[in-house]
Write a protein that binds this ligand. Structure first.
Ligand SMILES: [Ca+2]
Ligand SMILES: [Ca+2]
Ligand SMILES: [Ca+2]
Ligand SMILES: [Ca+2]
Length: 457
C-alpha cells in the first residue's frame, strides 16, 4: 500500500502545480485500494434470544453476498442459534431468523430480518440465477443420525427482498451440510440436493414440481459407497440436464489412492437414473488426505468446457482444479495447500477483468497470511488484515497465482472473516465484527462493518 499512496500524493502535487493560476477545485483522486468502515445496529425485535445475532454474523460459514436486479448489494446471514453445543435436538431450541445488510454509498448497514426462514446452524448454499438455496448443517446431540433440519430456497425479488420456501417436509429433515441446486429434469425449475442428509445416509434429492413444492426422489441417483460431504448439480455437456458432482470426505492420513476423489453421475435415459459416468482420485494434490467442503463448476480456460473446483479441509486448507477434457472426463490440473491461511469456501468470478475466471477465498482465522499480528482467538489484537492470498488469478490455462502486484495489507480493520464479491465489476471484500454491545432494553446489537475495494482491473 505504501508505494501506491506515495504515487497518489505525487500526482496531486503535480496536478496542483499545473493548475496553480486557475482556482478550480481538485477532483478527489479515487484510490484503487481502499476500505470504508461503518457502525450499524442490527435490530431483531422478535428474535428468540438477542445473543443469536452473534453467531449469525460471525460464524465462518452460512453467509453470502447477493445482488438484486435493481443493482443493489446485500449480505445475507443465514440464521444461527446461540450456544448450539448445549442442546441435544432442534426441538429444544427456537430457530434463528436470517439477517440482511445492504450496501449504501460504500457502507454496509442493517437492512432486514427474515423470521420466516428458520435455521439452527445454516452452512452451505448456492446462488443460482434468482434463487439462493441453503442447507442447515446443525449438529445438535451425540447421534449424527438424528441431526436433522431443513433446506430452504430464497427467491431474490427485483428490489432485493427474499421470498423463502422450505424444500423438505418436517418428516424429511436431515443433516444438510452440503447443499446444491440445479435442473435435473430439464423443466427449467430448480431442483435441490442435500448430503449427508436424512439419517446421515446418503444424498437426498428434491425435484421441484410445477406447483412450486418439492418431491423427494432419492431413487433417481444410483449412488454407492461412502456418503460425500458436498455435491453440486451442473450441466457439463449442455444438454439441459445437470449432472450430479460429488467430492469425498475422508483422508485424515498420508494420502493414498482412495483420496481426493470426484465423481460425476449422468442421467441415463435407459435406466431413468443418474449413473456413475466418471470417477477419479488424485492423492498427490495435497501432502495430507483432505475432506471436500464445497464444489463450484466454471470454465477456467475459456474452451467452453467447465472445470470442477473443490475446497478441502483437514489440517491445512486447500483447493484443487480438475480440468474438463471435453469428453466427459476430468484430469487433475492444479492445487494449492495453504501453510498460513485458513479459508472456508470460495467464489469464482473474473476479478481483474482479463476475461478469465479467478478464484476468490473466504478468509478467516488467525494465521499470518491473513492477520498482521496473528494470535489465536484474538481478532482485535490482530490489528488488521492481509488480502493478497485470498485472490487467486487465472493464468489463462486454469492454473493460478495469488495477487502480488501490490501489498494488500490494511491496518485497522478487524473482521471475523472477509467475503469476496463483485460490485460494478470491481472486486470487493466484506467484513464484520462485534463486541457484544447490545442496545439496552432492545433486541439489538451494534456491529462494525468494512468494505474493501480492490480494483485490480
Ligand atoms: Ca427441474
Ligand atoms: Ca448434462
Ligand atoms: Ca474449460
Ligand atoms: Ca481474471
Amino acid at each position: 500500500m505504501y508505494r501506491y499512496i506515495t504515487f497518489i500524493f505525487f500526482m496531486v502535487f503535480f496536478s496542483c502545480a499545473d493548475d496553480a493560476e486557475i482556482p478550480i477545485e481538485e477532483e478527489p483522486i479515487e484510490d484503487k485500494f481502499a476500505f470504508y468502515s461503518n457502525e450499524t445496529v442490527i435490530s431483531a425485535p422478535n428474535i428468540p434470544d438477542k445473543r443469536y445475532i452473534i453467531p449469525t454474523i460471525s460464524d465462518v460459514t452460512g453467509y453470502t453476498h447477493y445482488a438484486s436486479k435493481s443493482n443493489e448489494n446485500f449480505m445475507l446471514f443465514f440464521g444461527n442459534i446461540y450456544d448450539e453445543m448445549s442442546y441435544n435436538s432442534i426441538n429444544e431450541v427456537e430457530p434463528a431468523p436470517s439477517i440482511v445488510l445492504r450496501k449504501t454509498a460504500n457502507k454496509w448497514e442493517f437492512h432486514k430480518v427474515y423470521y420466516e426462514s428458520e435455521f439452527w446452524v445454516a452452512r452451505n448454499f448456492k446462488v443460482l440465477d434468482d434463487f439462493i438455496t441453503v442447507g442447515d448443517g446443525s449438529e445438535l446431540g451425540n447421534d449424527p443420525r438424528k441431526w436433522g433440519a431443513d433446506i430452504w430456497t430464497a427467491e431474490i425479488l427485483f428490489n432485493g427482498d427474499l421470498s423463502w420456501k422450505r424444500v423438505n417436509g418436517i418428516d424429511t429433515r436431515g443433516f444438510y451440510h452440503g447443499t446444491t441446486s440445479g435442473d435435473l429434469n430439464g423443466d427449467g425449475l430448480q431442483d435441490v440436493g442435500g448430503t449427508p442428509g436424512i439419517n446421515h445416509d446418503g444424498i437426498n434429492i428434491f425435484v421441484q414440481k410445477t406447483n412450486g413444492t418439492f418431491e423427494r426422489v432419492d431413487d433417481i441417483l444410483n449412488f454407492e459407497g461412502a456418503t460425500p460431504f458436498t455435491l453440486d448439480f451442473h450441466d457439463f455437456d449442455n444438454d439441459g440436464i445437470d449432472e450430479i458432482v460429488t467430492a469425498d470426505y475422508g483422508g485424515g492420513s498420508v494420502p493414498d489412492s482412495d483420496d481426493h476423489e470426484i465423481r460425476i453421475y449422468k442421467f441415463d435415459p435407459s435406466t431413468r437414473r443418474f449413473e456413475l459416468n466418471f470417477k477419479n482420485n488424485e492423492p498427490n494434490f495435497y501432502s495430507w488426505g483432505k475432506g471436500a467442503t464445497s464444489i463450484i463448476c466454471k470454465d477456467l480456460n475459456n474452451d467452453n468446457y467447465d472445470e470442477i473446483v473443490v475446497a478441502r479441509e483437514d489440517g491445512n486448507r486447500g483447493f484443487e482444479v480438475w480440468l474438463n477434457n471435453g469428453d466427459g472426463s476430468f484430469s487433475p490440473h492444479f492445487s494449492h495447500e495453504f501453510e498460513n491461511l485458513d479459508f472456508q469456501e470460495f467464489k469464482i468470478f473474473d476479478a481483474n477483468g482479463d476475461g478469465y475466471n479467478d478464484i476468490l477465498l473466504n478468509g478467516y482465522g488467525f494465521k499470518s497470511d491473513f492477520r498482521i499480528f496473528p494470535e489465536q482467538w484474538n481478532v482485535e489484537g490482530s490489528r488488521g488484515v492481509k488480502l493478497n492470498k485470498l485472490i487467486w488469478l487465472n493464468n489463462g490455462d486454469a492454473t493460478f497465482n495469488y495477487y502480488s502486484e501490490q501489498d494488500l495489507t490494511f491496518s485497522g480493520p478487524t473482521p471475523f472473516f472477509l467475503h469476496p464479491y463483485l460490485d460494478n465489476d470491481i472486486l470487493h471484500f466484506f467484513g464484520i465484527f462485534q463486541k457484544e454491545e447490545f442496545v439496552e432494553n432492545e433486541e439489538a446489537l451494534k456491529v462494525y462493518t468494512w468494505d474493501f475495494k480492490i480494483d485490480i482491473k
